[in-house]
Design a protein. Structure first.
Length: 685
């Protein structure tokens, strides 16, 4: 029988290839492949199978030797590629991405470097929300972090099983741990279970059980003493290879089932499909050895380069080690520059595959031939280069206290705009805030009021604009407050939800519990400007039939009922081409007049870049005030940024200093432009 044993199972590479195609479909075409993320669950099963195989091969070694060999071999294969892609991602970050994304990704790169990307920084760091933003180019390192954390557990899980006598007892032991892990997955909140290694162990263990069952079956075949019986087994094996489709037809059923689920065009319940796909993959691995589809050369090659295409942990396969994620930074760059352009999206996908092939052919094949000493030296050099790259920029304080502190040259404007973009996320941290969970977003109390000279309990809520305005709001309204509660959630509007209903409901619950005297909603409009074509025309607005407006109205009336006096709502401010914000001062230096710069930003006299959406958002806000029973007030920035002479918005001053960062937040100078607005509002309380 040993003569007929295969050293490499191409079908497993085929399963890996199908999984990566599912994940790529989900990331590049989420509307068409909403369940493609389940490919990651398949990778965890494959990884458990292969980890068990490697541990089984060394099970006769002394315990310390087994553990040492396991870790040294795994990290020799993982780290060079992993560290290279982090380094290349950081280089592309500095060269191609906007300055506003640098701070976030420096922090994410550091977390990726130490394999803790799966620990959310806050409850707002939902994986699927982060995918839709595509700001963090290290989003997908979460799965490798789960993998490496499981490395810390699997040798000890395996060693304990090895001490149990009997094949059935070992399987029962793995099943018991798997059931406990599945209970964690099922009962803890989804955002936690998605990232937790303890809620994923059951998927790895299914792969381990599959390997134990397979190896036990082979061992039984190899111990057949009767020569005639052994000959029959060999003959059967040869016949099965001659007629794989006929004799192994059953393997096509779980394969097709998993494929159908992964490409199903409608989103399915995670509680149902994740166990189904995980178990289905395990069953498929048991019986797929001669599956012609899974063993074809194209699909197995995709499996070979899968790690180059995607971040997850495809840490073991023969004979080529898995590669690192290329596609996500490329996708993020597409979303930044050409969001909505399908041609460039397809080109980005093809380019990511091309880069994956290059990495596979010219880097991995090279470094796997190195000696252990040279590989270790390569790992140290790449690690140090990453540390240097991550800490390249020292963040320089760039706060402007008042308009008189502006410098007078466009050269200084270029520098300051760059620093404001670089420090954009840092500027959201409110020094007066005692954060409940994490900063700069989330809930916090302004504790520096000691307890506060005023008599009012104030609450300010919204998306990241709330945090962006937090310091200014404290300075202008603090004298009237005994308490200031601040709650902000990135990209989530408090009056309408397009993808953040959890936080949308949290706003309502928190304000109902706190019952402030005054409530302030400071939010950059995102979805409240979405059109409903069959309802709204340029001249006719039917708000009674407008589902967006009705949601806004219901939410606002609930907030009003929980507020003692009045609710202040910041009205919509138009958006511009934020990517071009970085060029404003350069254009001013070149001598472009203000009107020309406005045109380049999409702020023309004739129309705004988002004119219809902006106007619809303002109309909905105005209607809200009418339906509010006299208890709502609009706070409007239009008189600040709108030039009535040229009839256009101005997002910068005459020297090229920008009022807005590339992340659509107000810069320190922009905040100074609106300081008087909040001073007037707060003085009137």
């Amino acid at each position: 029988m040993s003569a007929t044993k295969k050293t490499k199972r191409l079908d497993l590479q085929g399963i890996r290839g199908l999984a990566i195609l599912s994940v790529l479909g989900f990331h590049f075409f989420p509307a068409q492949f909403p369940n493609g993320y389940l490919g990651v669950d398949q990778f965890f099963v494959l990884s458990g199978f292969l980890m068990c195989m490697l541990l089984k091969r060394a099970e006769n070694e002394p315990t310390c030797t087994l553990i040492t060999l396991f870790y040294s071999r795994r990290f020799k294969r993982i780290l060079p590629l992993y560290l290279l892609i982090i380094l290349l991602s950081m280089i592309s970050l500095y060269a191609l991405f906007p300055d506003t994304s640098i701070e976030t990704n420096q922090d994410s790169a550091l977390r990726a470097l130490f394999f803790v990307s799966n620990a959310p920084k806050s409850e707002q760091d939902d994986y699927f929300t982060m995918l839709s933003k595509a700001v963090d180019i290290f989003t997908h390192t979460w799965s490798l972090s789960v993998e490496v954390q499981f490395y810390c557990l699997v040798p000890f899980i395996f060693l304990f099983a090895a001490k149990l006598s009997g094949f059935k007892l070992q399987c029962a032991y793995f099943a018991l741990i798997g059931l406990f892990s599945y209970a964690i997955f099922y009962f803890i909140p989804e955002n936690m279970s998605f990232n937790s290694v303890f809620a994923r162990i059951w998927q790895f263990l299914i792969g381990m059980i599959v390997y134990i069952l397979s190896s036990h079956s082979e061992k039984r075949a190899e111990t057949v003493e009767d020569v005639e019986e052994c000959s029959k087994l060999i003959e059967h094996e040869e016949n099965s290879r001659d007629k794989p489709f006929t004799l192994h037809f059953i393997s096509y059923l779980p394969m097709l089932s998993v494929i159908i689920i992964n490409v199903f065009p409608y989103s399915l319940s995670t509680d149902f499909v994740r166990p189904l796909v995980t178990l289905g993959t395990g069953v498929l691995m048991m019986i797929s050895e001669n599956n012609l589809i899974l063993s074809n050369i194209a699909l197995t090659y995709i499996g070979d380069i899968s790690y180059s295409i995607h971040w997850p942990i495809y840490a073991f396969h023969w004979p080529i080690y898995a590669h690192l994620c290329i596609h996500w930074p490329i996708y993020a760059y597409w979303k930044l520059n050409w969001d909505g352009d399908r041609t460039f999206l397809i080109l980005a996908l093809l380019f990511s595959i091309l880069v994956a092939i290059i990495v596979y052919e010219f880097f991995e094949k090279w470094y796997l031939k190195l000696s252990s000493t040279n590989t270790g030296l390569l790992i140290v050099v790449l690690f140090l280069l990453n540390v240097i790259a991550i800490n390249k920029d020292g963040l320089i304080p760039s706060r402007i206290e008042n308009n008189n502190n502006k410098t007078k040259s466009t050269e200084d404007a270029i520098k300051m705009n760059h620093l404001w973009d670089l420090n954009d996320r840092k500027s959201l941290w409110v020094p007066y805030c005692d954060y409940e969970a994490s900063r700069p977003l989330g809930w916090c109390n302004h504790t520096s009021l000691e307890p506060g000279p005023g008599k009012f309990k104030l609450a300010v809520i919204g998306n990241s604009w709330t945090a962006n305005h937090g310091t200014l709001f404290h300075e202008e309204c603090g004298s009237k407050a005994k308490i200031i509660l601040q709650g902000s959630v990135g990209t989530c509007e408090p009056l309408f939800f397009s993808r953040c209903q959890y936080f949308f409901d949290k706003f309502q619950e928190r304000i109902k519990a706190e019952k402030p005297d005054y409530l302030f909603i400071i939010s950059r409009y995102i979805s409240i400007g979405d059109a409903i074509p069959e309802i709204h025309t340029t001249t006719n607005f039917i708000f009674d039939k407008d589902p967006i407006y009705q949601t806004m109205k219901k939410q606002l009336l609930g907030l009003v009922a929980s507020t003692k006096f009045k609710v202040y709502i910041l009205d919509a401010v138009p958006r511009h081409d934020t990517y071009k914000t970085q060029f404003i001062a350069d254009w001013a230096k070149e001598g472009a007049d203000l009107v020309e710069i406005n045109k380049r930003l999409g702020q023309t006299n004739a129309q705004l870049l988002d004119g219809p959406a902006y106007e619809l958002a303002r109309r909905r806000n105005s209607e809200l005030v009418k339906d509010c029973g006299g208890r709502c007030v609009l706070v409007d920035y239009k008189p600040v940024f709108y030039n009535f002479t040229s009839q256009s918005y101005r997002m910068f001053d005459e020297m090229g200093y920008s009022y807005f960062s590339m992340a659509q937040h107000l810069t320190p100078l922009g905040l100074e432009q609106v300081r008087h607005v909040w001073k007037s509002v707060c003085e009137a309380l």
